[in-house]
Design a protein around this ligand. Structure first.
Ligand code: PGA
Length: 248
């Protein structure tokens, strides 16, 4: 089974969502691909009603604290009340714009696991780190710190390898580098998590679109994709899903 996660970021409106849902339902979905979309908080319930049968609905963030005086934040219990299936954590936009740290990300993952919500942890190097040949070191540090001392069902964690320089830029890593870095992540997961590490799915993200999906994703190393811009249209999103199909 391959995974295809969409990330709508701060996009869409009710009327665009209506159009998306109508078009999504018209498509024939491959049975061996699990579809999921991380949507803005206000639209969770609206989308659950419209798409729940064919697509999991998740969110893009959660607070690192359980409850209390954190104006503007959303707690894991609130996500649980909404019946959210998964939550992105550590997306590079959160790390860079909102200065999220690995320590906060680690707390978020622990809270999500306690609430039985799947954490989708994003990791990846910046262009500067890539040029300095530091990709593996960065990935290792992010994994070590974000996955430190976790309790609970850790095998449900999903990792998205997203080179920061490839997000929303139209640039992608080469298929060879994607596989090399995902193999490195998988090996490191086994090192730090033992057998549990073997169950963890590792996706690729960064400018995935129908034109490059087959080359980047249709192999046994990459377990799926996290897609931003191309997930805003039902046709392109499902088209990417079809190209993931038939591998496992
Ligand atoms: P993109 O975004 O597909 O638009 O590059 C990916 C992401 O931010 O997860």
């Amino acid at each position: 089974m391959k995974y295809l996660f969409g990330n709508w970021k701060m996009n869409q409106t009710i009327s665009l969502i209506d159009e998306f849902s109508k078009n999504f339902k018209k498509q024939k979905l491959p049975k061996d691909v699990k579809f999921a979309i991380a949507v803005p908080f206000p639209y969770v319930q609206y989308l659950q009603k419209k798409l729940r049968k064919n697509c999991e609905i998740g969110v893009q963030n959660v607070c690192f604290a359980e409850k209390g005086a954190y104006t503007g934040e959303i707690s894991v219990n609130m996500l649980n009340d909404l019946g959210v299936n998964f939550c992105l954590v550590g997306h590079s936009e959160r790390r860079q714009i909102f200065k999220e740290t690995n320590e906060q990300i680690n707390k978020k993952i622990q809270l999500l696991l306690s609430a039985n919500i799947t954490p989708v942890l994003c990791v990846g190097e910046t262009l500067k780190e890539l040029k300095a040949n530091k990709t593996e070191e960065v990935l290792k540090n992010q994994l070590n710190q974000c996955l430190l001392n976790l309790q609970g069902d850790t095998n449900k964690i999903v990792i998205a390898y997203e080179p920061v320089w490839a997000i929303g830029t139209g640039k992608t890593a080469t298929a060879k580098d994607v596989q090399k870095n995902i193999k490195f992540i998988k090996k490191h997961l086994i090192k730090i998590m033992g057998n549990t590490g073997k169950c963890i799915k590792v996706l690729y993200g960064g400018s995935v679109k129908p034109e490059n999906a087959f080359e980047l994703l249709n192999n046994e190393t990459v377990d799926g994709a996290l897609v931003g811009g191309a997930s805003l249209s039902a046709e392109t999103f499902v088209n990417i899903g079809k190209q993931l199909s038939g591998v496992n």
